[in-house]
Design a binder for this molecule. Structure first.
Ligand code: SF4
Length: 382
C-alpha cells in the first residue's frame, strides 16, 4: 500500500520547557550514530513490514529540530527511501526548520536534494513571548529564515505560531497574526499552548509560577485567528491549520484521512491504513540497541477494534472543514450509526456545527470545544 513517511529526528539545541515531543540535546557523535541507525531502521522496515508495498507519497522530517542535520544527511535518508520504496514524483517533502539553525547555502542544498516544503518554527513575532517560551531564536532570526527560504527558491512555506501563553494579550496575538501575514506564507499552523504532564511548564503551573490564560481568552484568540486569516484568503481547513488554496499539508492530511503512514525514529508512530498502530520506543539508547540487533524499535503495537476505528474515523473527519458526508458515514460506520450520528449532531448547539442532510461539520467554535463535542457525539458508537 502506498504510504506517507515520517522521520523523527530528535535532536534540539536545548529543550523548550513546554514541549512534550521526544527530543534530546545531542552528545558528541550521537547525531552521526543516530543517522546510521535511522538508515538501518529503514532497511529493517522495508524487509519486515508487510503492508509497505507501494511508494512514499509524502515525506516529513519532524522532530526535534531536523534542520540541525547537515543537508547531506537529509539527502542520504531521501536516497535510501527512494531506493527502498520509490518516492512519488509529486511527493510533498517537508522539513521542519527552526530559525537560527540554517543558512541560505544550507537551504539551497535542502532544496536541491528534493525538499520542497519548509515548516518554520517561528512560534511568535514577539520577543517577549519567545523569551517566555525559552526559545533560542529571535524575531530577526525568523525573518531572516523566511527571507532565505524564499531566496533559496521554496514556494511552499508553513509558519508555526503559538498562542495562549501566560500573560499574553489579544493585541500581542493580533500582532503575531499580522506579522505572519506580511510574510505571505502558503500555510500557517496555530497551536494553543498546552501544559503537558511531566514538562517543566506543567510543574510551574502546579506550583503557581505560571498562570494559564482563562479559557475564554484562549477562545477569543482562536476565533480572532479564524477571522483575520480567512479574511485574507486563507482556508481554515483543519482545527489548527490554514492554507492558501491548493496548499493544504498533504502529509498531515494523510493522518486525518486515516491513510497509511510509516514513522521511523524514536517515538514515531505508524498506521497500516487498516487498523494496526505501532509506536517506536521514545528513548535514543533503547532505539539504537534495538536497531543494532536488527529489531524494529517498536514499543507498542495495537489493533483497533471496529468500534475504535469508527470512533477514530469520526473524530479525525471532524477535524477537517470538509466534515463528514452522509454517504461516507454510511460506508464507514454503517447506516444505523450514521443516522445516530446525525441525530446527535442535531442536538448540538447550532453555533458549534453545520448540518444538512448530506453533510455534518464543526464550526470554529465547535473545534475549540472539540473535546466536549466529541464526548457528546461518540456515545452513539457504543
Ligand atoms: S525546538 Fe521544538 S522539538 Fe525541540 S524542544 Fe523546542 S519545541 Fe520541542
Amino acid at each position: 500500500m502506498p504510504f506517507s513517511l515520517y522521520l523523527h529526528l530528535p535532536f534540539c539545541r536545548r529543550k523548550c520547557p513546554y514541549c512534550d515531543f521526544y527530543k534530546k540535546v545531542p552528545k558528541s557523535g550521537e547525531r552521526e550514530l543516530f543517522l546510521k541507525a535511522l538508515l538501518s531502521e529503514m532497511d529493517l522496515a522495508a524487509t519486515k513490514i508487510q503492508w509497505l508495498n507501494g511508494g512514499a507519497q509524502t515525506i516529513y522530517f519532524g522532530g526535534g529540530t531536523p534542520s540541525l542535520h547537515p543537508s547531506e544527511e537529509i539527502a542520504q535518508v531521501l536516497t535510501r527511501a527512494s531506493e527502498l520504496w520509490g518516492i512519488a514524483n509529486t511527493a510533498e517533502i517537508t522539513l521542519e526548520v527552526n530559525p537560527g539553525t540554517v543558512t541560505l547555502d544550507c537551504l539551497r542544498k535542502f532544496k536541491s536534494f528534493g525538499i520542497n516544503r519548509l515548516s518554520i518554527g517561528v512560534q511568535s513575532f514577539s520577543q517577549r513571548k519567545l523569551g517566555l517560551l525559552y526559545r533560542d531564536h529571535t524575531v530577526s532570526d525568523s525573518l531572516q529564515c523566511e527571507n532565505d527560504a524564499r531566496s533559496a527558491g521554496f514556494e511552499n512555506l508553513s509558519l508555526d505560531l503559538i498562542f495562549g501563553i501566560p500573560g499574553e494579550s489579544i493585541a500581542e496575538w493580533r500582532n503575531d497574526l499580522d506579522s505572519a501575514l506580511k510574510l505571505d506564507p502558503e500555510h500557517i499552523s496555530l497551536y494553543n499552548l498546552e501544559f503537558h504532564d511531566g514538562t517543566p511548564y506543567e510543574n510551574w503551573r502546579k506550583s503557581g509560577r505560571l498562570k494559564p490564560l482563562e479559557e475564554d481568552s484562549e477562545a477569543d484568540m482562536y476565533l480572532l485567528a479564524h477571522d483575520v486569516l480567512t479574511a485574507k484568503g486563507f482556508e481554515h481547513y483543519e482545527v489548527s491549520n490554514y492554507s492558501r488554496p491548493g496548499f493544504r499539508a498533504v502529509h498531515n492530511s494523510a493522518y486525518w484521512q486515516q491513510k497509511a503512514y510509516l514513522g521511523l525514529g524514536p517515538s514515531a508512530h505508524s498506521f497500516d491504513g487498516v487498523n494496526l498502530r505501532t509506536e517506536n520506543v521514545a528513548d535514543l539508547t533503547a532505539y539504537l540497541s534495538a536497531v543494532w540487533v536488527s529489531n524494529l524499535p517498536i514499543s507498542t503495537q495495537t489493533r483497533n477494534s471496529e468500534i475504535e476505528q469508527q470512533e477514530e474515523w469520526v473524530s479525525l473527519s471532524l477535524r477537517l472543514r470538509d466534515g463528514i458526508a452522509y454517504n461516507n458515514a454510511i460506508l464507514n460506520i454503517g447506516a444505523q450509526k450514521a443516522q445516530d450520528l446525525w441525530r446527535r449532531a442535531a442536538a448540538l448547539p447550532e453555533h458549534l456545527r453545520t448540518l444538512t442532510d448530506s453533510n455534518f461539520g464543526l464550526t470554529p467554535q465547535g473545534w475549540f470545544k472539540e473535546n466536549s463535542v466529541m464526548l457528546h457525539l461518540l456515545e452513539f458508537v457504543n
